[in-house]
Design a binder for this molecule. Structure first.
Ligand SMILES: Nc1ncnc2c1ncn2[C@@H]1O[C@H](COP(=O)(O)OP(=O)(O)O)[C@@H](O)[C@H]1O
Ligand SMILES: Nc1ccn([C@H]2C[C@H](O)[C@@H](COP(=O)(O)OP(=O)(O)O)O2)c(=O)n1
Length: 247
């Protein structure tokens, strides 16, 4: 009895009481998830939540789960879903923002189910950084962040987990039309050009530029916002309106 009321109290404390937008950022180890996320944060104002960093912080904090998380990560294995989901939800609750990049999450179907069950949140879309394994290995071995799991033996294990558990989720989102795949084998700037185009096409943000001036002149409802998307993606009526006013 005592146990069950405690559990309910914990679950209630993990509810998210705000409207938020979530983008999952997926890709193998070293595909450039963290690198691209920092650039997305700078340009589009998201909060970046790295699943790996949340777990590493939990280990450093000396919490009761710390030793278990440390051992699993060093073996290249995944931590139980409820552990990582609770850390993510707590970070969302503690952050005063309404848009989040979840980097390195979900890693498997169980991660996804645990997140959906608790939060009822669906990602707006999924960014997938697609990179050949040999390039990822090269990058991880030279990233020098002092990570104990960045050794060739553990890296190989992490790749197998990625192929077996994470790639099926990538396919799942592709089948739902939610996957935005980017060729991540190019330079950081080239990759970000593709990433920027994807985020720009989904953003409505205040920006006084030439589109906005035009909207201000012809329609008060567009006075403060630019729909940052290519004209080709706009609904037909708006497209013909824009063509008429020579945008
Ligand atoms: N497009 C790129 N080309 C070359 N090196 C890259 C590129 N993107 C990231 N890196 C480097 O590769 C390493 C792994 O990148 P990181 O962002 O940490 O990957 P992930 O978060 O996917 O594990 C880092 O040292 C980073 O500076
Ligand atoms: N959802 C997650 C995300 C990461 N982990 C663990 C297992 C991963 O090998 C490590 C490191 O993940 P991180 O995203 O920081 O690093 P890589 O993308 O593998 O370079 O964390 C997990 O168990 N569950």
């Amino acid at each position: 009895m005592m146990g069950s009321s405690n559990k309910e109290a914990v679950d209630a404390s993990l509810q998210i009481h705000k409207q938020i937008k979530v983008v999952f950022v997926m890709g193998g180890p070293g595909s450039g998830k963290g690198t691209q996320c920092s650039k997305i944060v700078q340009e589009f104002g998201y909060t970046h939540l790295s699943a790996g960093d949340l777990l590493r912080d939990e280990v450093k904090s000396g919490s009761e789960n710390g030793a278990m998380i440390h051992d699993l990560m060093n073996e290249g294995k995944l931590v139980a879903s409820d552990v990582i989901v609770r850390l993510i939800v707590k970070a969302i609750q503690e952050t005063d923002n309404d848009k989040f990049l979840l980097d390195g999450f979900p890693r498997n179907e169980d991660n996804l189910k645990a997140f959906e069950n608790l939060t009822k949140i669906e990602p707006d879309f999924v960014l997938y950084l697609d990179c050949p394994e040999e390039e990822m290995i090269k990058r991880v071995l030279s990233r020098n962040q002092g990570r104990e799991d960045d050794n060739i033996e553990t890296i190989r294990k992490r790749f197998r987990v990625f192929e077996e558990s994470t790639l099926p989720l990538v396919d799942y989102y592709a089948s739902k039309g939610k996957l935005r795949r980017v060729d991540a084998a190019r330079s950081v700037e080239e990759v970000f050009e593709s990433v920027r185009a994807i985020f720009s096409s989904t953003e409505v943000r205040p920006r006084p530029d030439r589109h906005c001036n035009c909207f201000c002149k012809y329609s008060s409802s567009f006075a403060h916002y630019e729909v940052s998307t290519s004209i080709d993606f706009l609904p037909f009526q708006l497209t013909s309106f824009l063509k008429r006013v020579h945008v």
